[in-house]
Design a protein around this ligand. Structure first.
Ligand code: NAP
Length: 295
């Protein structure tokens, strides 16, 4: 939408977090609004500070009739205290990235994970009955591990540089599902994995721009165990992890489609619509162009 088209009925959605300057979310949502002929604009709202600041931002947004918000670092956990209801998957994960306006307040969802699931489906990567290696034990890895169990993976190993963190995360997730579905392991112990042909989801920050030569593991032996690698990172577009998967004969994808589909899932929740795959593909190409400009 051109700013000249904004009128008295324009709806507003946005992103709260810090930093927000380099986000691709406005591109996703404003392009969706144009393609679907919705009178809607999406803007970043730099939101610094602690839980009290986040509460004021959410209450202020509600008072201003804002239709929906995305939430990014560092507020994905703290924002849960400001909601009237939290969706079951988001509740389990303990992080919310999408607020949907409802009677009396916002309801919270985690479209990062439904978006990752949808991105993998669109690439023909299935989770059901698969054996999955989740690399990392931070916020993203924890959410990915939850998502894998939720969507029917047969078994999930959580491999982290610091074993203790993987143990704590696994304990929490296993308790939440009431069964032992996550097996913690030190990254350096990958040789004791029982099989091969794993789906590996790279959810550490190793390899994230500007650390372009980084990867959580660099030994080719590890990559021989992996037939498909999904890196949550999309800057750079091809990470070292992805190159190592490919060099060992596997298939690798980056996190850009995850970013796209978390946006599409949020947009669908806000507007009660279903976005067509052709539109998703068109936006994906624009996002890729935008990234290439900055590489
Ligand atoms: P985080 O909470 O800070 O966790 C970082 C994780 O990376 C920890 O498990 C840490 O291991 C591990 N790590 C860091 N450097 C490492 C190294 N050199 N070797 C091995 N492991 C290393 O971060 P997060 O929020 O979970 O985010 C993780 C990644 O996911 C980031 O790159 C982020 O950009 C990406 N992400 C992408 C999307 C998307 O839409 N595509 C969405 C969310 C997150 P220790 O515990 O041993 O320190």
């Amino acid at each position: 939408m051109k700013t000249t088209e904004i009128d008295g009925t324009t709806r507003v959605c946005g992103l709260i977090g810090s930093p927000v300057e380099h986000t691709l979310s406005p591109l996703i949502h404003n392009m969706l609004a144009r393609r679907l002929s919705h009178n809607l604009v999406y803007v970043p709202f730099l939101t610094r500070g602690g839980p009290e600041e986040v509460r004021r931002a959410v209450e202020g947004a509600y008072a201003l009739n804002i239709l929906g918000l995305n939430v990014t670092v560092p507020h994905k956990q703290t924002v849960t205290a400001c909601l009237t209801r939290t969706d079951a998957l988001a509740e389990k994960i303990g992080a919310v990235n999408t607020l949907v306006r409802a009677e009396g307040g916002y309801q919270g969802y985690n479209t990062d994970m439904s978006g990752l699931y949808r991105a993998m489906e669109s690439d023909g990567i299935r989770l059901r009955d698969r054996e999955v290696l989740v690399l990392g034990a931070g916020g993203a890895a924890r959410a990915v591990a939850f998502m894998c169990v939720y969507y029917g993976a047969a078994k999930v190993w959580m491999l982290n540089r610091t074993l203790k963190k993987a143990e704590l995360a696994a304990e929490e997730i296993n308790a939440s599902f009431g069964r032992r579905c996550i097996e913690p392991m030190a990254l350096s112990d990958y040789r004791s994995l029982p099989g091969e042909g794993y789906l590996a989801v790279q959810a550490t920050s190793a390899g994230l721009y500007p650390d372009v030569l980084g990867a959580p593991v660099t030994e080719p032996d590890f990559y021989r165990l992996v037939d498909t690698g999904v890196d949550l990172i999309y800057r750079p577009f091809e990470t070292r992890f992805m190159r190592l998967v490919r060099q060992a004969g596997g298939r690798a994808v980056n996190g850009l489609k995850m970013l796209l589909y978390q946006g599409i899932d949020a947009y669908e929740l806000w507007n009660g619509v279903k976005v067509l795959e052709d539109t998703a593909q068109e936006i994906y190409l624009r996002m890729k162009e935008e990234l290439e400009k900055n590489e």
